[in-house]
Design a protein around this ligand. Sequence first.
Ligand SMILES: [Zn+2]
Ligand SMILES: [Zn+2]
Length: 145
Amino acid sequence: MSDHRLQDALDALKSTRVRMTPQRHAILEFLYESMTHPTADDIYKALEGRFPNMSVATVYNNLRVFKEAGIVKELTYGDASSRFDSVTSDHYHVICGDCGKIVDFHYPGLDEVETLAEHVTGFKVHNHRMEIYGTCPKCQNEAKH
Ligand SMILES: [Zn+2]
Ligand SMILES: [Zn+2]
């Protein structure tokens, strides 16, 4: 399943004529396999052993290329580091307030909220973002001990 998604992403990248490098491939592979919505720093830390010449800036640049190619989504959190998501279809996120873990949550798009917002405010609505906050099972478990 994740191999198939990674292959689709590689094909999409190829069609935008982005040159594939071993680093680029490793970053993309990490994103698609980890499913943890990592920050650029997380990716850097996971891969620096394999690519001693790689910098956090390299990771950022590659993520920007992927974003432009439409194969990753950036989730911004004000001043905090962006997280990167390999699932680009619409979905919602459940976020652990203790450890920051982000888990995908599939739910029919709340499109009527957009229609209502347009209706009430006169805005042309482009998208919406909903996040659910709580405590993940691991943190709940740790709290008990
Ligand atoms: Zn947690
Ligand atoms: Zn996600």
